[in-house]
Design a protein. Sequence first.
Length: 484
Amino acid sequence: MSPNPPAPHAASAPGRVLPTLNADGSRFVIRPRVAKGRFWKRRAFVAYGLIALFFALPFVSINGRPALLIDLGAAELSVLGLVFRPSDGAVLMLFGLTIVLTVFLVTALFGRVWCGWACPQTVYLEWVYRPIERLIEGGPERVRALDAQKGIAPRRVLKYATFAALSIVVGNVFLAYFVGVERLGEWVTSSPLEHPGGFLVMAAVSALMMFDFGWFREQTCIVACPYGRLQTVLIDRQSTIVAYDAGRGEPRGKAGKRSAALAVVEPRGDCVDCNACVATCPTGIDIRNGLQMECVSCTQCIDACDAIMDKLKRPRGLIRYTSKDILAGKPKKILRPRTMVYPALLAIVGGLLFWQLRDRPAAEVWVLRNTGAGFAVLGDGRVSSQLPLRVENRTEAPRTYTVELVDAPMFEQASPRAPIELAPRGTTVITLVTLAAPDVFVHGERKVQIRVRDDAGFEKVVGATLMGPETGNGNGAAAPGGAP
Ligand code: SF4
Ligand code: SF4
């Protein structure tokens, strides 16, 4: 790679107030030069692996369920064969906390490694959309020439048509994570008029992809992504970052033969001010100005600078993975408050999550509130009380459930008297109806225990209150039928 002319997208360029903002308020479009060094090759390997995973995952099923499905319509989350519902609030909260703490820990240790190596924004922009752009329009200079050209060049039309087709494909695969491949297949192979809602969602997602990867690009990282904004609080001076070694690089100056006398009077560092690192930066910053919020740790400046150092026969690593403290001559410290607190919290939260998942019941039972009085006095003087129960079958097999009162001989159970069948992951409301003498109730109510069992070993006893008339004294005799 040859040294570049002064980078047109350095923030210090005349007329520029930010790397992507001109002084007149217009956007300065970044057209980065690709630096195909060792990190670029490793990142390509990771990126294409992630893309393959993204395309394959909706088709993988575990225990008859998609490996990952966020079914908003059914309010279900399927992960690796397990199905979670809003009733799994504790598990979902612990799962979310585990992700957050993992992000905190990884960022404290390795800075924005996620942004540079695995974020879908970077992966698709740098390994799919930009390579297509380079293939159709050429390198940065040719793309800039097209930018400056009046009217739309055929090559640009072809690029956007390709982007649109690609966005529809990527958008559809993305949708498969929310509606499943079967439903998506139906949507794709039938007329949009048969599923207008689904078609609109599909079109909106594809349009969003087109907007993001075709035009908005680095602005997503700079102005829209909250993770980037959190960097200042998530990393410390020991966190690994991509940084320029100013101690070695400065004072910078052009390469070239200089007399020994001049070299003594005016010593120079290793930075030859070639701007290769700036020209390759996808967010348009100059890493030599220190760590900046816009830096997504993509390592392109490392590759660009290493190529220059190789050419000059100087050691690589003028820009490298390091930390602020190491650059300041301080030792590396793995153990520090945040790298001890985050793992400790992770261990606690992860342990609780494991415990919750291991003891996850095969069904869930809730006692619901009565919407009416909850009882009625029959013609023969007995009291009929009703109590709704919601039962959720959390398994992937049909189950039959029996509902019965526990140690309540004063009540006759009128309903349900037969087992109730529930489909896999089905939910139903079962109304328990009891008959009892009026004096069974105290102050209009009687506490009871209800046992719900299935035909595969599940059993849960829940406490509930049956409603009755205020006139009772709690001494009612056993009901003729008694509890089943
Ligand atoms: S400064 Fe370097 S690591 Fe940061 S975004 Fe720019 S090229 Fe990537
Ligand atoms: S840091 Fe490296 S790539 Fe950047 S201007 Fe200096 S020598 Fe060139």
